[in-house]
Structures are given as structure tokens and as C-alpha cells.
Design a protein around this ligand. Sequence first.
Ligand code: G3H
Ligand code: ZN
Length: 297
Amino acid sequence: GGSELANVYDDALEKGFGLVASNIAEPNILMGLMEGAARADSDLLLQLSGGAATFAGNEDPVDGLKAMGTYIETIADQYDIGVFLNMDHQSDMEFIEAQMDLGIPSSIMIDASHEPFEENVATSRAVVEMKEEKDADVLVEAELGQIKGVEDEVEAEEAFYTDPEQAVEFVDRTGCDLLAISVGTQHGVAKGKDLELRPDLAGDIRQALRDHGLDTPLVLHGSSGVQPEQLQRMLQHGICKVNKDTRYQYEYTRTAYDLYREDPTNIVPPEGVDADRDTFFNDTDWSPNKDVFDPRV
Ligand code: G3H
Ligand code: ZN
């Protein structure tokens, strides 16, 4: 539930690590991540986008959430780690309401970052109010600023960095539990070479929030491909949820494709799953501080 996940973020803020939030579209990639996280003795935060839920439910996102929720829970019971589900980049209020009523996800991201500031505040606030009215045990993530790239329901052509003072006003007015910020990362496979990462800006946003008594965990989207040193700097500046999708999808698909090309009778998925296990596990080398080694980076 959301309160348990909130404890993980408290820990992350205190010790300076980040929890990887990995997208899944179907069970294969999930299998890889689950085993990778268990090997690293790390909690695991899985994410479903609206598109992934719709796919899993054969065009019905609510059925998709139920199906994946049951699947995740059944597999997670085999492991001794905390497994959480976040609903990533949501924008459909009806679906969000169903998510809260079902009580499956531990957190929900409302993404109205493409809207003008006032609309973004109003839409994000509406989700927080819905949560409060239902007394739902779920965290609400909202986003301010725009990240370049395509994320299935939302597309941004240009990046807009998050403004620290606006971030304070946004968190204050929406009451969101987590804040996704734009500090130069991009979504997806085709990341430009023009990435201008601004960990310093994450630090300014964190500081501005703290100056106003707000201890909101920050979220980095589009984290696939961010170099370990750059990521470490982000983690030192209040980022404690690191969204990665492309990296694991890529490892899985590339491995399966290579095997098939090598030998067209090679059509069994486990090797791709193994590649994701290794990738997740190796990513844990990105821990910012070996003294408080936490593999959840
Ligand atoms: O919300 C999902 C992440 O922002 C995924 O970004 O595919 O570039 O890692 P990525
Ligand atoms: Zn994202």
C-alpha cells in the first residue's frame, strides 16, 4: 500500500538512494525484474502505463490492471522483497478512480504536465482530493515541467525545465505526495545527444521545497541511459524515484531478437528474461554510497 511505500521513500531521502521504478507491459519483463531485485535484496517498484494496462486487458484497462495485479501479487508472494505497483503517466480520471477503488496500486501518477500551470494544478489537485475523499492508501505523483519524448498518452516536443519557486507553489496547492521534475532527461529509445542534465536544478528544487517545510520526494523520468555519475548527483539532490522503462525493454527484446537471428528455432523467452535480471542487478552498482549500500538505485 501507499503508506508502506512512503516509508521506503523516507528511507531513500535519509540515506540518499533512489528506488528504481520499472515499467512492465507484460509478464516476461516482470519476471526478469522480480528475480533481479530479489538477487539484489531490493524492494521493487513496478509501473504500468495506461497503454500497458489496456494491452494486458485486451482493450479494457481495468481488466488489465486486475490481471496484472493478480499476476504480480502471485509472483511477489514467492519472494521475500517488497513489491509495489505505480500507475505511470495517468490522465483518465475514470480509470484513476477505478484504480483507487480496486486498491491495487501503491501509487498513481497524474500527468497533466503538458497543460498550462493552472490546469495542471487543478487536475493534479482533483486526484489528491479523490484520494482524500476515498481515504485511499495510495500516493499521488504529479509532474511539473515537461520532459521531451513520447510516453504513451502524452507527447512533448520540447523540454521545459521545472522552476523551483513554481514547484513550491505546485506542491503546496496540489498536496501531491511526489513531484516529477524536468531536469533534462528525455523519454524513450531515441534520446537526443543534446541532453542537458541539470542535477543542480534538482538540488535547487529540493532546497526551495525544504525552505517551505516540504519534504516531497522528487522523481526522475526518462532515466534509461543516464550515466551512473550523473544519476548519483541526482540522488544526492532529493531524487528518490528513478523511472526506467527503455533499458529493460531493450535488453529483453534485443536478447530475444539476437537469439532468434542466430537460430530461428530459438523462440523461447527465458533468455530475454535472464538479460533483464542481469541488467537490473548490475544497475544496482549505481548506489551512491557503499557505506549505506542500498541496491535500490
Ligand atoms: O515513466 C517512465 C519513464 O519515464 C521511462 O523513461 O524509458 O526513458 O527510461 P525511459
Ligand atoms: Zn515517464
